[in-house]
Design a protein around this ligand. Structure first.
Ligand SMILES: [Zn+2]
Length: 113
């Protein structure tokens, strides 16, 4: 069964929009005035803030990495290398592309990353 490049493009572009929205909500400046007031008020608060920020940064980094893959997968669709590993050139199994249409590396290379 040959995958339909247009359907993949649509799915990838939708995924990219979702990721952009998630990233925007993670990186936006909190508008809650209470958050500013309580910052550093008690010893525990600063730590919670810091952990929360780290968690957000980690999540944002993951989302950003995924978005980079989505963008790369769209480029690969354009230049006809979609479904081929960016690192070793092996073909990426259909199951993997179905589960993650933005895969740009084969399983082996992805595990080395
Ligand atoms: Zn590979």
């Amino acid at each position: 069964m040959a995958p339909d490049p247009q359907a993949i493009t649509r799915a990838l572009e939708e995924r990219r929009r979702e990721l952009q929205q998630e990233l925007a909500s993670l990186t936006e400046v909190p508008r809650d005035p209470m958050a500013a007031v309580s910052f550093g008020k008690r010893i525990g608060d600063g730590t919670t803030e810091a952990v929360e920020r780290l968690t957000k940064v980690g999540a944002a980094e993951q989302l950003d990495a995924m978005r980079a893959d989505v963008v790369r997968a769209l480029e690969k669709l354009d230049d006809g290398t979609y479904g081929l590993c960016d690192r070793c050139g092996a073909s990426i199994p259909d199951e993997r592309l179905e589960a993650r249409p933005w895969s740009v590396l084969c399983v082996r290379c992805a595990s080395l990353r």
